[in-house]
Every structure is written in C-alpha cells, then in structure tokens.
Write a protein that binds this ligand. Structure first.
Ligand code: SF4
Length: 419
C-alpha cells in the first residue's frame, strides 16, 4: 500500500507525476478542511496503520463526539485527530484478530460501535475497500458501479458522474459495505437509531448536482427560494444571488416573486487556487478577494440579496456594504435557512457558540448589525418542506438546538443552555 498525502488543494497535491506513481486496483482518497486537530501534514488523511502484514488506511468525513473517552480506552496520550483515533482503534483490534483473514472487517465490527458522533468512512487494506456510515447517517455516502465492473464509494453522487460510474444507492445509515473481488456485501454493526442526515447538506455542503435521499440538491435549493419568497416577500427590482450556493435559491425566489434575477456579484475564480497565506494587505480587502460587484446591475436598484446562511455575520456585513457601495438604493437580505443558533459537533467548524451571531441576537438586531433594509430567514418547516423528503430523518441541531446524540464531554453545558 502506498500512502500519498499533502497539504493543499487536490490539483496541487496530485499533479501528473504524483498520479503516475499511484498504480493498483484499490484506492481511497480524502479532502476536506480540518475541523479537529491542527491543520498540519500529520493530520492530513488518509490515516494509516501497519499491523504485521496488514496495511490499513482510513478517510473520514464528520466529527466524533467521544474522542477523550476513546483516547483513554486506547491508551493514547497524544491523540491528534478523531480520525487518527479510529485508525488506532482498528489497528489494535486487528492485532487481536491477526489470525483472521478478514481482519479489517472483524476489527470494524468490534470497534465501530464504540465511536459516537458523525463518521462517514472509506477504508482499505490490501484486499478490500470498506464504506461505513454512522447509525445517524449525519454525512452522506453512496455506492456506484463502473461499466468495467469496478465499484466506487463516494461522499456525493456527483463524484460518481466524474468517473463515469452509475449511481447504485446510498450506503444506509449504520451500514458497513465491504467490497472485494466478490463484489459488495453489507453488515450492520450498530444499534438502530432514527436517521439524521445533516440538513445543511441540503442548504450548503452538498454540490447542487448531487442527489441525497433521492432528491436533487439543486431542485431542493430552488424550492427553498420559492418558499422563502412566500414567507418573506420583498418589494424590489432585482434578485441577486451570493455565488455560488445562493444561486438556485435566488432563482427560485425570482421565479416565485416575478422579480427579475440578475448577476450582481462575480466570484473570483482564482481565489482558493493556492494555499499561500494571504498578506495583511490582501486580508484587509476581505470579501473583495472572493467577490466583486457589478455596479451597472446594482446602481439605483432595490436589491434582494439571497444567501444560504449567516454563521458569524462578518462576511455578510461586508457583502451588504459592498452592494450599497456599488449603488444599490436598498438591500433586502434573504437567507435560505433558519438562523444558525447552536454549535455543530458533527463536522461543521462551528463548535464555539459565542461566535454565532444568531446565538445572542434577534433577527431585528442582526438586521441592524448587518445594515440591511430588511432581513428574512426561511423557517425550519419551510426548509424541511423544500427538501421534499421531510420525513426521511434529519439532524437540525444547529437550527433547533435538538441534538440527536449525546454531546461531547468537552461541550460547554452553560454555553448550550437555551436562551
Ligand atoms: S448541527 Fe447543523 S451543520 Fe451540524 S450536522 Fe446537524 S444540521 Fe448539520
């Protein structure tokens, strides 16, 4: 097994010469921003362990909520990330199962029930690939098939399209799919609980060309905009999206309200292409690094600005100011999700409640802070309705304060008290 990983964007790390050196019939890959552990090479994934002749690698989407407990169970004093703790738990269990040819599978059956929180995983040893979803199914995972007979497991269905694989089905919440030379087979190592896919996958995380619970993400976001226009209408001249995740909701808002849709902000397509730390001078430009206004489309207009969420509020404040500076006579902000009031412990980097603007401010106070002429959020009922699969089972914790699992021991109970 070859492990190749580095810091940066995929295209920077996997250049042609790196790819040419990766040969074989099994592989896993991983990319995401870090939500636990520092941003360092050691914490980049896949996590890897060598146990006797068995090599194991793991890629993890989500966050565990019982890392302190796991670290003490495993006798690890310097746990770097939750993902590394999972790899360590598997390695220790494989050691116990060394005589069993199905070491990785047996080890997972044994240790996975001790993991709490969010984990969609891909794993491999020298003979198989494994996909696993936690019993709540916080993060997505799906199975696809290549025309030539190979199998693919991916976070999102759009990844299957890119490699020409046909979508087969979602990996179910609590399912472990093992793919080897005989094809896939399933195990269910967890106690069954009510499924709880992250509702923010529909709002923001997932790509619009993906499907979740059988529903098109683009169509769901369009519907969010339509319902938002009914719940929070605005008297305006133009509907402007905050690119890119605000685009389908802005189109839905425009279609339902009859107010023309138009581009008012252009995304700088070159930002994010490098991992070079911006200089202070660049940082001072703030949002202008990412978005640039089109004054010709905004000047003298009453603008409805549609975005998917307001988390800390600093970016949105700059956006409103930018649209005003470009000449808009009014800026009406519409958000295609309810106020984000509670921290997420399942893979979104918002575990400090004090940084969430809606945790301590009313909608009117937020409007004043952002200097918008009006502010409207989509209701939770509206958002669930827009998914088209409201009864399929969702985590709504950051919007409702209802957490589907035990919280981590480190969660500040005082901070979590309802206002
Ligand atoms: S708390 Fe919010 S962001 Fe986190 S998993 Fe639940 S719905 Fe998603």
């Amino acid at each position: 097994m070859t492990v190749f990983k580095d810091m940066g964007l995929v295209a920077q790390v996997f250049d042609e010469s790196a790819l040419a050196g990766l040969d074989g019939h099994l592989g896993i890959g991983h990319t995401r921003y870090s939500t636990t552990g520092s941003t360092s090479w050691a914490n980049a994934q896949p996590a890897h362990r060598q146990v006797g002749n068995t090599s194991v690698a793991l890629g993890h989407n989500g966050n565990l909520t019982n890392t302190a407990e796991l670290a003490s169970q495993l006798g690890v004093s310097e746990a770097t990330t939750d993902s590394d703790l999972m790899a360590e738990g598997i390695a220790q269990a494989i050691d116990d199962e060394r005589s069993d040819a199905r070491g990785l599978e047996m080890a997972l059956m044994k240790v996975a029930p001790s993991w709490k929180g969010a984990f969609s995983l891909v794993l491999m040893d020298q003979g198989r690939i494994v996909g696993m979803r936690d019993p709540n199914g916080f993060r997505p995972l799906c199975l696809g098939k290549l025309a030539g007979g190979g199998w693919v497991i991916a976070s999102e269905s759009s990844a299957l399209d890119l490699v020409g694989a046909a979508y087969v089905r979602e990996v179910a919440a609590g399912e472990m799919v093992v793919v080897d030379a005989n094809g896939p087979r399933s195990y269910y190592p967890f106690e069954e609980v009510t499924p709880g896919l992250c509702l923010f996958e529909f709002v923001y995380f997932a790509r619009p060309d993906s499907h979740l619970y059988g529903r098109s993400i683009h169509a769901a976001r369009h519907e969010m905009g339509r319902i938002l226009s009914e719940e929070s209408p605005a008297d305006a001249d133009i509907i402007v999206p905050v690119p890119e995740s605000g685009i389908p909701a802005a189109q839905g808002f425009s279609a339902a309200s009859g107010i023309p849709y138009g581009d008012g902000l252009v995304k700088n397509r070159y930002v994010g292409r490098t991992f070079i730390e911006p200089t202070q001078g660049l940082r001072d430009q703030g949002i202008r690094l990412k978005l640039n206004p089109i004054p010709e489309n905004l000047a003298g207009k009453r603008v409805v600005l549609v975005d998917d969420s307001i988390v800390r509020g600093s970016t949105t404040k700059q956006l409103v100011a930018m649209v005003r500076e470009a000449g808009a006579s009014e800026v009406h902000l519409r958000i295609s999700a309810p106020p984000y009031r509670w921290p997420c412990f399942y893979g979104m980097d918002t575990s400090d409640r004090s940084t969430l603007i809606a945790a301590s401010k009313s909608v009117e106070e937020i409007r004043q802070h952002l200097d918008a002429d009006s502010l409207g959020y989509l209701s939770l009922e509206g958002l669930l309705g827009a998914t088209g699969v409201a009864d399929a089972g969702f985590c709504t914790a950051c919007l409702s304060g209802e957490y589907p699992t035990e919280l981590p021991a480190t969660a500040d109970k005082f901070q979590l008290e309802r206002r």
